[in-house]
Design a protein around this ligand. Structure first.
Ligand code: SAM
Ligand code: SF4
Ligand code: F3S
Length: 565
């Protein structure tokens, strides 16, 4: 495509309403102005977010609270009066990274005694409350994930006469460990509703939106800290989610991702209702759950897909959901994925191990055969669907043969992307009672071998797209920055793995910059183009395929679906 055509296309696109041309923030109610402290006495804040998309979404809510209280964003930790660290605890490394910054934060506080540091997220667990101050020396206040809605209130940034949502008070603790309550998710649905009603969610993107549908986790994975840091599963009411999706659509977002540790079990804790009488699923394996007459993820997908624009097309063109658990992946969900136009052709379905005995030790409640059966059904219903997964190597008692079973699973299933990690023992989890008997060097060796194997498979999968035209939602101008190691999901805050694609050389025309976006199959694509294309869907001809990303050039827009021959 000539540079001129690219420029013309960009000009046409800039004339269209841009994704995320969000309505101006609502005027502050006159009654509230009186309670707002003087602007110059308010802190500037810096939000440091680590971990998964759930943390990103939580940080959007906390930032929204602080902005609503009149605080402003600081460009860096060094410039901030208030640093909020939203931690991840999934592996020791994630916590160590925050502990490693305590010295720097201590120095900053000595230089500016008014500075405050708040630590939130999965690193704050009630069962370890006593040791937190010793481990995180620079921190002034600790908030569990379920206490985050109280951030501004506890900092004294909102008046006791502030709107009710900002005055959310102590939440009930409902996960019990050795007779002690440790974490909760009970009030989060209600506090999300008030945050939305009061426009206190500061979304981090104007193109893709996160939408939490279920908080916490009820599963039994013996290695995992999440149920202890985030409490049991609590679903948001169906109508609240739909109302938020409508707002997101009205604001012009192109992509919506439904969030939860286990989105597949959405709704089981909600009351049965006549309008959901056609839903008669029962969980078929493991602990029985009666899901009859309760809303489920399939129902949600169909309802959100049903939000249409004036032309009858889905108002939000790409609908995604993470994370799925093979235990609860129902036929209804598979059917919804196949029939809902906006549901993207990508599924993240963690397998964790390719060996049944390991899966049992991990408490995963399914077998490799069950996983493969579900995947076969999905691949039949949605041909060409991209599938990504998580794998843990070196879990307690894993033999070389059992590790090789995971390699075989990768060979047989041929995932598009694998996020792999070496097992990291976590405090308070059931696996602490098992021997962590795979030496650290052996865990590293297995991890490297598995990543090497997947690199070849990922390249083969990506090469299938060579020569095809794909729809790419342009998300950003590629920042000139340090690249991360592949699969190091928490290598640095929330970020992309290294793309494995050589830099764009000599392809960019005048006025062009390096752009990056994703296909419906969640493939990362690099291309050169006008910066005005950010936020738009364009068609790209794929010319290069690496293990983690594709590269291509812009083409005129024949509006065809992405399919592999
Ligand atoms: N709920 C999702 C599921 O069902 O798998 C995953 C959420 S978990 C926060 C993300 C991934 O972290 C898991 O899939 C697992 O592979 C990894 N993980 C969790 N605990 C771990 C541990 N103790 N050591 C290494 N990896 C771990
Ligand atoms: Fe952790 Fe398992 Fe829950 Fe996923 S399903 S968050 S791995 S306990
Ligand atoms: Fe997410 Fe890390 Fe917590 S992966 S749920 S932020 S432990």
């Amino acid at each position: 495509m000539s540079d001129r055509t690219v420029t013309e296309l960009a000009a046409k696109l800039t004339a269209l309403p841009r994704a995320g041309n969000v309505a101006a923030p609502p005027a502050v109610e006159a009654a509230l102005i009186e309670f707002r402290p003087e602007t110059n006495s308010l802190p500037s804040f810096f939000m440091w977010t680590l971990g998964c998309q759930m943390n990103v979404s939580d940080s959007e809510e906390m930032s929204g609270q602080l902005l609503a209280a009149g605080c402003r964003r600081a460009p860096s930790m060094e410039d901030a009066d208030l640093v909020v660290i939203n931690t991840c605890a999934v592996r020791e490394h994630a916590e160590a990274k925050v502990i490693g910054r305590q010295g720097l934060l201590g120095q900053l506080k000595r230089a500016r005694p008014g500075m405050r540091v708040v630590l939130t997220g999965c690193g704050v667990r009630e069962s370890e409350r006593a040791g937190l101050a010793r481990r995180f020396r620079a921190v002034d206040m600790f908030l569990r994930p379920d206490e985050e809605p109280e951030l501004a209130l506890r900092l004294g940034l909102v008046s006791a006469q502030a709107p009710i949502g900002l005055r959310t008070v102590a939440t009930a603790a409902t996960t019990v460990l050795s007779g002690r309550p440790v974490s909760a998710a009970d009030r989060l649905a209600a506090s999300r509703a008030s945050a939305l009603a009061e426009h206190r969610v500061a979304r981090s993107s104007t193109i893709s939106a996160w939408l939490p549908i279920v908080y916490g986790c009820d599963k039994t994975c013996t290695y995992c800290i999440v149920p202890f840091s985030r409490g049991p599963e609590r679903s948001r009411p169906f109508d609240d989610i739909l109302a938020e999706a409508r707002e997101i659509a009205a604001a012009g977002y192109q992509e919506l991702t439904l969030l939860g540790q286990n989105v597949n079990s959405y709704g089981h804790d909600l009351p049965a209702e006549e309008r959901f009488g056609h839903i008669d699923t029962e969980r078929s394996t493991g602990r029985r759950l009666d899901l009859r007459s309760r809303p489920d993820l399939a129902e949600l997908l169909c309802a959100i897909d049903g939000i249409r624009d004036a032309d009858g097309a889905p108002a939000i063109s790409r609908l995604r959901f993470i994370t799925s658990h093979p235990w609860d992946l129902s036929d209804r969900l598979i059917e919804a994925m196949a029939t809902c136009e906006s549901v993207a052709e990508h599924l993240h379905l963690p397998i964790q191990s390719g060996d049944d005995a390991m899966l049992q030790r991990m408490g995963r409640q399914y077998t490799v055969a069950h996983y493969k059966e579900r995947l076969a059904r999905i691949r039949e219903a949605v041909p060409g669907i991209a599938v990504s997964t998580d794998v843990i190597v070196g879990f307690c008692g894993e033999t070389q043969e059992q590790f090789e079973a995971s390699l075989r699973a990768l060979d047989e299933i041929r995932f598009d992307t694998v996020f792999a990690a070496a097992y990291s023992p976590r405090p308070g989890t059931p696996a602490l009672h098992m021997a962590d008997d795979v030496p650290a060097a052996e865990k590293r060796r297995r991890l490297n071998e598995l990543l090497r194997r997947q690199e070849a498979i990922g390249t083969e999968r990506n090469r299938e797209w060579l020569g095809h035209d794909v729809e790419v939602l342009i998300e950003q101008i590629t920042p000139p920055r340090r690249r991360l190691e592949p699969n190091d999901a928490d290598a640095d805050d929330v970020d992309e793995p290294m793309s494995g694609v050589p830099p764009l050389a000599g392809t960019a025309g005048e006025g062009s910059v390096a752009l990056a976006g994703r296909t419906r199959h969640n493939k990362l694509v690099h291309l050169a183009g006008d910066p005005a294309l950010v936020g738009h869907r364009v068609r790209v001809h794929v010319e290069y395929a690496g293990p983690f990303a594709l590269r291509g050039r812009l083409v005129e827009a024949p509006d065809e679906p992405d399919v592999l021959a």
